[in-house]
Design a protein around this ligand. Structure first.
Ligand code: C5P
Length: 232
């Protein structure tokens, strides 16, 4: 059985509000996506790293990715949503990947992923019949809001016991994940589609440094994390 990474990188990053998609925004002088791919390409267990680009992506070719060698494979088959991009990517690799092989789906925008976090997920999920995801237990008290966006009010407090915040990578078998996403195309992560099959994916504790760059402040946090990593 082999392991592959699949990186959906076909989003527009509307919440970031920049002129170019957030995966190409500069982070310590390199595109966000380059940090993400560098982490995945440094994981020796991964046989290949597939990156799903928008069909009309004009930025990819303006960067030199040759340092990552032939294990990095771009696929120009991004869709209208994250789930559509992942589904299209899974279909595109159908011939090269066995249906029992593991696929680790990882957001392009999680540029601070480490090799150690990825290897922890692989080690803990490898013998699992379903698969699993990196996640962190919710630390804050959670409120459900009602009312106008401009003047929200608290409707209720949601007990945080047993609540986890999903991250990526999310690791599932190729055939089962493709089947699940074809059944449930409007999910926001892979685990949700697997849950719809009545299965219970594993939760593997990650940490808060694996943040998803969504808003402008996240770029600054990511830069700080990358610069200060491994410092005593
Ligand atoms: O927008 P959001 O942060 O939820 O996107 C998560 C990931 O999904 C990003 O890596 C983004 O590039 C990707 N995505 C995609 N195709 C889309 C929308 C998002 O590959 N149509």
């Amino acid at each position: 059985m082999s392991y592959y990474a699949l990186v959906p990188a076909a989003g527009s990053g509307a919440r970031m509000g920049g002129a170019q998609p957030k995966q190409y925004l500069p982070l310590l002088g390199q595109p966000v996506l380059r940090h993400t791919l560098a982490a995945l390409c440094a994981v020796p267990e991964l046989a290949a790293v597939f990156v799903v680009l928008a069909p009309d992506d004009e930025v990819w070719d303006s960067h030199d990715w040759s340092i990552f060698g032939e294990r990095l494979i771009p696929l120009r088959c991004g869709g209208d949503s994250r789930a559509a991009s992942v589904t299209n990517g899974l279909r595109a690799i159908q011939g090269r990947v066995d249906s029992e092989d593991w696929v680790l789906v990882h957001d392009a925008a999680r540029a601070c992923l480490t090799v150690a976090q990825t290897q922890k997920l692989i080690a803990q999920v490898d013998s699992d019949p379903v698969g699993g995801i990196l996640a962190i237990p919710v630390a804050d008290t959670l409120k459900r809001a009602i009312g106008e966006d401009a003047e929200p009010r608290i409707e209720t407090t949601v007990p945080r016991d047993a609540l986890w915040q999903a991250q990526t990578p999310q690791m599932f078998r190729h055939g089962q994940l493709l089947q699940a996403l074809e059944w449930c195309p409007s999910v926001t992560d892979e685990a949700s589609a697997i849950e719809f099959l009545g299965l219970r994916p594993r939760l593997v504790a990650g940490d808060a440094t694996n943040l998803k760059i969504t808003y402008p402040l996240d770029l600054q946090l990511a830069a700080w994390i990358l610069e200060n990593r491994d410092k005593p």
